[in-house]
Ligand binder design. Structure first.
Ligand code: MN
Length: 486
């Protein structure tokens, strides 16, 4: 047992659980053939009789959504349930045309699972309670000042995974780290674009505080947070607010709250519903989902490595933590590093990792190219690394070539030749230049003879200047020493 006292705030232990809704990146909806990419579609254009809940319309379960749920289970270090089924959850709202949501209650597709997070260098394993498949609702907008509400049903029926954690977290930082790790896992498992801007992931944060570590306090649920910062802010705010209420002798209402982004505070929205309010009953139109070992094994074979595996490999290269986190965060870079690590020697892999996390990341920051469009070819990066290692190009030239290959592709050697960037490592040629430079700078040469190391730098600089930057500086220095001694 870890000591929970360390998490106490003013003598209260905060406890946090998170529910997260993730939109799956299926081509079509969970129960209909309507398109599932609602990002730029005009309102109410991705709808069918099924999404509209027309009488007699029969839903058909999207097989791909079941596959994605299976992939998510594997990403959470568990397996999907062999038997799961759907229920109807009733509530009445204009953006839910059926008057109910098709979801899972009794037998969800995933039970258990874990998500590992690291906060301040300490690893925590967060247990999952369950993961269920369900259909999203449409979207209501309330135009400012208008006496009507606009309803867009493009999102109605989009497949969701509802991921429910155990109340396993005890600080706002852990809540944020968990939300962020879920984001990475859903991307690396290839089940969601996990684009927070488009609402692909929404977090509901349950917070309670209690002086008694064995007895949870009454919790509030702050719903529909769409950024990691909002998860952090809402959790921090609720911990503080609840402690203040209790310290003043008040009591916490079990309620649903919202997050006011502008004011950075949570606001009360409504009292909490109980399960019986939803009049759950088995969905009669969709047969149970039955999976066998073969199916699960086949999907396991197609699972790419998860972020933790990448972190482990990168840690072996002795890189800065910030470099590792950048590579893990930018999935195309992370996946590329896996390929690099298959063939590269450690020092090559390290050089390439640093190029990606600093130089390529900067290029992407300038919006010259995006990670998704960047040309990342293992062979080209290895060749470039070799050119630097053997001093055939300077580090400045390497950067220039790096930008060309990332933006346009191509071979580093060809580019180096085309742009005349290959350093001169021909001893005879450099020797000639060194002779000229020593002759032209007798004072500096005399200084070197007296052991003044600053002067040797000056002479190397002159050689570089004469050679228009192409002389191999290491070789130039060696030849200067040799000539001055003789
Ligand atoms: Mn839900």
């Amino acid at each position: 047992m870890s000591d929970l006292t360390q998490y106490e705030v003013d003598g209260y232990l905060p406890t946090i659980g998170i529910e997260c809704h993730v939109q799956l990146k299926t081509k079509t909806k969970l129960f209909s053939g309507s398109g599932n990419d609602a990002r730029e579609a005009p309102p109410n254009t991705l709808i069918s009789h099924i999404d509209l809940g027309m009488p007699g319309a029969l839903p058909v379960l999207n097989e791909k959504a079941v596959e994605y749920a299976t992939r998510a289970a594997l990403a959470f270090n568990t397996e999907p349930q062999k038997y799961s089924h759907f229920e109807r959850k009733h509530y009445f709202y204009p953006d839910s045309p059926n008057g109910y949501q098709i979801t899972q209650l009794e037998k969800p597709i995933v039970v258990g699972g874990t998500v590992a997070i690291t906060v301040d260098g300490v690893k925590h394993v967060i247990q999952l309670n369950r993961v269920q498949l369900e259909a999203d609702a449409g979207k209501s907008t309330h135009p400012a000042g208008a006496d009507y509400t606009l309803v867009d049903l493009n999102r109605a029926g989009t497949p969701l995974l509802e991921i429910v954690s155990e109340a396993d977290m005890h600080s706002a930082e852990q809540a944020k780290a968990y939300a962020h790790e879920l984001y990475l896992l859903m991307r690396y498992a290839d089940v969601s674009d996990a684009n927070l801007y488009y609402g692909n992931m929404r977090f509901d944060v349950n917070v309670s505080v209690s002086k008694d570590h064995k007895q949870l306090g009454i919790r509030t649920e702050t719903k529909n947070l769409n950024s990691f910062k909002a998860v952090l802010g809402a959790a921090e705010y609720e911990i503080e607010r609840q402690i203040e209420v209790l310290e003043k002798g008040g009591r916490i209402d079990q309620e649903t709250r919202g997050w006011d982004e502008a004011k950075q505070k949570t606001v009360s929205q409504r009292g909490k519903e109980d399960a019986h309010d939803y009049r759950y009953f088995p969905e009669p139109d969709i047969p149970p989902v039955v999976l066998d070992d073969e199916y699960i094994a086949a999907i396991r074979k197609t699972m790419p490595p998860m972020p933790d595996v990448l972190r482990g490999k990168l840690e072996g290269l002795n890189l800065d933590d910030s470099v590792i986190e950048t590579l893990v965060e930018e999935m195309p870079a992370g996946r590329f590093m896996f390929k690099v690590l298959e063939t590269a020697k450690p020092d090559e892999a390290k050089r390439i990792a640093n190029w990606l996390a600093s130089d390529v990341q900067a290029l992407i920051g300038e919006e010259k190219v995006s990670w998704d469009d960047a040309v990342l070819e293992v062979e080209a990066f290895l060749q470039l690394s070799k050119l630097v290692e053997t001093s055939q190009i300077s580090s400045t030239s390497a950067k220039a070539i790096l930008f060309v290959i990332v933006e346009h592709g191509g071979g580093p050697v060809v580019i180096a030749k085309e742009r005349d960037l290959l350093q001169v490592s021909d001893e005879g040629e450099i020797e000639k230049i060194v002779q000229q430079v020593i002759k032209a700078n007798p004072q500096a040469a005399a200084d070197v003879r007296r052991g003044e190391m600053k002067a040797i730098g000056f002479l190397v600089g002159q050689v570089m200047k004469e050679s228009k930057g192409k002389a191999n500086p290491g070789m130039a220095q060696q030849l200067i020493r040799k000539q001055i001694k003789s």
